[in-house]
Write a protein of this length. Structure first.
Length: 92
């Protein structure tokens, strides 16, 4: 029987909402890609998604779905900030 992949329970940026239980390897890959990209330039959600799709050619999963789950977790952990007013996401 194969070992189960290590999991991580994400946080949610909105109080009262629950995070998602993700495969830790996928979380780590997505979190690293998001922070690497935002270290170069702040961008909108759409720009971030397009950049990640180009960068993560061999990602095993739906990039948009994982991006949103990890983005919300990184916001909750104060690693990034997403201004709902300007729509810009930036690394803190």
């Amino acid at each position: 029987m194969a070992d189960q992949p290590e999991k991580i329970m994400t946080l949610h940026a909105e109080p009262g909402k629950k995070g998602t239980n993700l495969d830790k390897a996928k979380y780590d890959q997505m979190a690293q890609a998001i922070t690497d990209v935002l270290a170069i330039k702040s961008m909108t959600t759409t720009e971030l998604l397009l950049t990640l799709e180009k960068r993560l050619k061999k990602f095993d999963g739906k990039i948009g779905w994982y991006m949103m789950a990890v983005k919300l977790d990184l916001e909750a952990r104060s690693v990034i900030e997403h201004s709902r007013k300007t729509k810009i996401i930036k690394l803190l």
